[in-house]
Design a protein around this ligand. Structure first.
Ligand code: ZN
Length: 336
């Protein structure tokens, strides 16, 4: 497209064009659902610059945005130097989720978090290229994103040029950046979930809270429904009504609905059951991820919902209070 419209002016640069759309690949070994399918959703972007130097600036701006995105998803990830391979170019990084179902072999340092793709690291190094520790382990990685600095590898043969300050045509200097959107979802669930329950990254969960009321005809129903209605209002005000799923299928037992809630993977599930009918100190059952269960009164439960919403807000604003091993490994990877 840029070649057809060439030459554009240096004043129009840098230019970054992206799309999110379906891709098709004649995959021979389709498996793991969305992880390796013939059709998938991908975000890809191409950057166009006047020089190698400004192209590197674009590369580091986009890389910083990728780091931010993967931190926001709160799934442990590593960023590794990658082989430039068939895309060519001079600089390339991959983002991986560590999981036994991964198809890449990575070497990770237990001391500083540095990770490398074993197809890039020469042979099998005995010590960490970053901190010299010998505490290296082999792990499997699922590639969820990839960045390349392409230079003029494609712009030159295709004749995609711009007019420089002296009015002379010159090849655009390109970068390319991809995120496997469907793969991120599948791999994140793979990493976070257990056999018994699904677990979403907080920002991707379809709902923040699932509210399960008493069973129709149970003896606690009248008292519990008063609390259920109060929660319906207050939880909705706290996290936003669109983030609250009310499982009002009262013909089903609480146990059956709770099992389904775990399979859907809500970050918080609040059960208004038998103990909520205790007039002196009514209690709710609050189920968190990883099978954790708390017995709380209404205010304590609402506080938990508020904390969850605040945490999401902080993530969206890009503030990450916890210094994690992952964020350390990124900064190391970023030094190239
Ligand atoms: Zn190290």
């Amino acid at each position: 497209m840029l070649a057809t419209n060439s030459p554009i002016s240096y004043r129009q640069l840098p230019l970054r064009l992206y799309q999110i759309g379906p891709k098709f690949r004649d995959e021979l070994k389709t498996r793991f659902g969305l992880m390796r399918a013939k059709e998938f959703l991908m975000k890809d972007m191409y950057s166009f610059d006047v020089s190698e130097e400004t192209a590197r600036e674009s590369y580091s701006i986009v890389s910083a945005a990728y780091n931010r995105l993967f931190q926001q998803l709160e799934v442990p990830f590593v960023k590794v130097n990658a082989a430039t391979g068939m895309m060519g170019g001079s600089l390339s990084h991959e983002y991986h989720y560590i999981s036994p179902v991964g198809e890449d072999t990575l070497l990770q340092c237990r001391s500083c978090g540095f990770a490398g793709n074993s197809e890039v690291l020469e042979g099998k190094p005995a010590s960490c290229p970053s901190c010299n520790s010998s505490n290296l382990q082999e792990v499997r990685g699922v590639e969820v994103a990839h960045t390349f600095l392409l230079g003029d590898k494609y712009s030159k043969p295709l004749g995609a040029t711009f007019l420089n300050t002296s009015g002379k045509p010159q090849p655009l200097v390109m970068g390319c950046f991809g995120i496997g959107v469907t793969r991120v979802i599948a791999a994140a669930l793979e990493v976070l979930s257990s056999e018994q329950e699904l677990r979403w990254p907080r920002l991707l969960a379809p709902y923040d809270v699932c509210l399960i009321g008493p069973k129709q005809g149970s003896k606690e129903q009248p008292a519990a429904e008063v609390i259920e209605n109060e929660l319906l209002l207050k939880v909705g005000e706290c996290c936003g009504h669109q983030e609250l799923l009310h499982d009002d299928r009262k013909d089903l037992t609480i146990g059956k609905r709770l099992l389904e809630a775990k399979r859907l993977g809500h970050p918080l599930t609040i059960v208004v059951g038998a103990k909520s009918a205790d007039l002196d100190s009514p209690k709710l059952e609050v189920h968190l991820s990883k099978g954790e269960k708390l017995e709380l009164d209404v205010n304590e439960a609402l506080k938990l919902v508020a904390e969850h919403s605040q945490h999401k807000k902080r993530l969206l604003m890009g503030s990450f209070p916890r210094e994690t091993a992952e964020s350390k490994s990124q900064s190391v990877g970023h030094q190239l």
